[in-house]
Design a protein around this ligand. Structure first.
Ligand SMILES: Nc1ncnc2c1ncn2[C@@H]1O[C@H](COP(=O)(O)OP(=O)(O)OP(=O)(O)O)[C@@H](O)[C@H]1O
Ligand SMILES: [Mg+2]
Length: 244
C-alpha cells in the first residue's frame, strides 16, 4: 500500500491544548480526579490514551469534548480558550469541531442506520436536507454499509453498529474525533476493522484522533501513546514507527 502523504498541520495552533487542567468531584469530600494535566494534540495526530481503570481517561475525554468543564486550568480547542464560553457557544464549538465514538454506540434504536447518521446534521439544521442525505449515504458507503441503510441498530452486528456510529461522528466533518474504547465491545476481527477504518479516516481527512483504549495492540498502532495513572500523565511516547 502506498505511504500516505503526511500533510503539515494546517494551522500553527494545536487542535487540543490543555494547560494545568484539574477536575475535582464531590462537595463534602472533594476528590481530585485529574491533577495538573498538560496535553497537546496537533492537527491530524492519532493518539492513544491508556491507563488503569479509574485513572481519569473518560473524565479527560469529557473535558476535551466540552461535555464537562475543568475545575482549574485552560482547555483550548482549535485555538479557542473555552473558559469564557457560555453553554450555547460550547455546544456550537463542539458540534462544529468534534465527533464522538463510544464503546456502546448510543445509536437511537427507533431510527434506521441512515437516519442515525443524519441526526447530527438534523440537530444543526433543524430538518433533513437532500445534501445531508447525500452525505450520509456517502459515509455509510465508506464504512461498508450501503446494503444496510434501512436497518435498525438491533438488526446490525456490534461491529456494524460501531461503523454506523463512526459514520455519524463524521457527519459534520469534524477536525477531531474523540473515541472512548471504540473497540472495547467487539471481537478481534471487528475490532481490527473498526480501528483500521478510524486510521483510514485519519489518513485521508487529516482528522485528529484521541482514542481511549485498554488494548495494547491497538495503542501500538497509533502515532503516540499517552498514559494516565491516578489522574496524571505519566508517560508520552511515540508508538512503533509505521503503526496503523
Ligand atoms: N461525576 C463523577 N462524580 C464523582 N466521581 C467521578 C465522576 N466521574 C468520574 N468520577 C471518578 O473519577 C475517577 C476516574 O473516572 P474515569 O471514568 O475518568 O476513569 P477511566 O480511566 O475512564 O476508567 P475506565 O477505564 O474504567 O473507563 C473514578 O474514580 C471515578 O469514580
Ligand atoms: Mg472510562
Amino acid at each position: 500500500m502506498a505511504e500516505p502523504t503526511v500533510k503539515a498541520a494546517d494551522t500553527g495552533s494545536p487542535v487540543v491544548l490543555l494547560e494545568g487542567v484539574t477536575r475535582d468531584f464531590g462537595e463534602t469530600v472533594v476528590t481530585r480526579v485529574l491533577k495538573s494535566i498538560d496535553f497537546r494534540l496537533g492537527g491530524g495526530e492519532f493518539t492513544a490514551l491508556t491507563g488503569p481503570s479509574g485513572s481519569g481517561k473518560s473524565t479527560l475525554l469529557n473535558l476535551v469534548g466540552l461535555l464537562d468543564r475543568a475545575t482549574t486550568g485552560r482547555v483550548c480547542l482549535d485555538g479557542v480558550d473555552t473558559a469564557g464560553l457560555d453553554d450555547t457557544a460550547l455546544t456550537r464549538l463542539r458540534g462544529g469541531s468534534i465527533g464522538f465514538v463510544f464503546q456502546f454506540h448510543h445509536l437511537l434504536p427507533a431510527f434506521t442506520a441512515l437516519e442515525n447518521v443524519m441526526l447530527p446534521g438534523i440537530a444543526r439544521q433543524g430538518r433533513p436536507s437532500a445534501a445531508l442525505r447525500k452525505k450520509a449515504l456517502e459515509l455509510l458507503d465508506r464504512v461498508g454499509l450501503s446494503d444496510r441503510l434501512k436497518f435498525k441498530p438491533s438488526a446490525l452486528s456490534g461491529g456494524q453498529q460501531q461503523r454506523v456510529a463512526i459514520a455519524r461522528a463524521l457527519c459534520l466533518n469534524p477536525r477531531l474525533i474523540l473515541a472512548d474504547e471504540p473497540t472495547g465491545n467487539l471481537d478481534t476481527e471487528a475490532s481490527d476493522q473498526v480501528f483500521e477504518l478510524l486510521r483510514q479516516i485519519n489518513r485521508e481527512e487529516h482528522t485528529a484522533f484521541l482514542v481511549v483504549t485498554h488494548d495494547l495492540n491497538i495503542a501500538a498502532r497509533c502515532d503516540r501513546i499517552v498514559e494516565l495513572v491516578d489522574g496524571r500523565i505519566t508517560s508520552e511516547r511515540a508508538a512503533a514507527p509505521g503503526g496503523g
